[in-house]
Design a protein around this ligand. Structure first.
Ligand SMILES: *[C@@H]1O[C@H](CO)[C@@H](O)[C@H](O)[C@H]1NC(C)=O
Ligand SMILES: *[C@@H]1O[C@H](CO)[C@@H](O)[C@H](O)[C@H]1NC(C)=O
Ligand SMILES: *[C@@H]1O[C@H](CO)[C@@H](O)[C@H](O)[C@H]1NC(C)=O
Length: 238
């Protein structure tokens, strides 16, 4: 393996993961804390650096003329550090082929856009009907505890899920079962690499560096032992 191949493999393996869709964004300026309870009353699942992941089900549907990306769900990203870069990943089982689209919106933007606010409140009403009091307690426990000395910011996360399969089973074609997902908020370290990739990155980086030095050592060794047998390419041209 040439040194470049090793390097390419290292970079490539940092990017390959199956059935993952993600959105990368930079957190906006700090926002003054929203005083009224309007955000709490939406009963959205919150992701923050203290609770960075959730395993849940979201509704999906086949694309139609009016909703080309299927069904929407909403989440809250709270306690984000302004100007820090983050990614949100969604992971799902290969057994239920689904297409996902992820978008983030500032609270002001969502609240001043008629179609976003109507989608948000529709989702919130439907969801509220399904929540048990235990679910509501779990949601409250997950909520980000705001520290008045720390500037933070909030974003809405909108997820579209469209079923992406064909089945001979008519039930599955009529009613799309909810999709089991893992949703993960991952802050970037120095705005370069997702935090969760740091151990993998270090490991692969070390292997890469080792391979780099090993290959040049092997080359040198070969040339010094068989210097008469191997003619370096530059000599050939003469
Ligand atoms: C959806 O669009 C297609 C092609 O544009 C059209 O043939 C079909 O009738 C439309 N369906 C509905 C339900 O509007
Ligand atoms: C998800 O789908 C189920 C079954 O169609 C429905 O009862 C429920 O209200 C939906 N939930 C949301 C949040 O859309
Ligand atoms: C069709 O799919 C549904 C839902 O997964 C399942 O309950 C049912 O048994 C399936 N029917 C057949 C004929 O396989």
């Amino acid at each position: 393996m040439s040194r470049l191949t090793v390097l390419a493999l290292v970079l490539w393996s940092l990017h390959v993961t199956a059935n993952v869709e993600k959105v990368i964004f930079t957190a906006p300026d700090a926002q003054p804390k929203i005083q009224d309870a309007s955000l709490d009353n939406l009963f959205l699942t919150t992701l923050s650096e203290s609770y960075p992941s959730v395993r849940t089900y979201i509704n999906a549907s086949f694309p139609t003329n009016t909703s080309t990306k299927g069904t929407e769900s909403w989440f809250l990203l709270d306690g984000l550090v302004p100007h820090r870069r983050y990614e949100v990943r969604i992971c799902w089982a290969a057994t239920q082929p689904t297409s996902f689209w992820l978008d983030t919106y500032m609270v002001n933007t969502a609240f001043s856009d008629a179609s976003l606010i109507s989608s948000l409140s529709t989702y919130s009403y439907l969801r509220h009907d399904q929540l048990t009091s235990k679910d509501v307690q779990t949601l409250k426990d997950r909520q980000h505890k705001h520290d008045p000395n720390q500037e933070t910011t909030i974003l809405f996360l909108q997820i579209f899920a469209a079923a992406d399969y064909f089945s001979l089973n008519q039930t599955l074609m009529d009613v799309v079962p909810p999709v089991a997902i893992d949703l993960i908020l991952d802050p970037y370290v120095f705005n370069v690499l997702p935090k969760s990739l740091i151990p993998t990155g270090l490991y692969l980086g070390l292997i890469g560096i080792f391979a780099w030095f090993a290959s040049s050592w092997i080359l040198r060794h070969l040339f010094s032992n068989n210097s008469s047998a191997i003619i370096p390419p530059s000599k050939k041209v003469d």
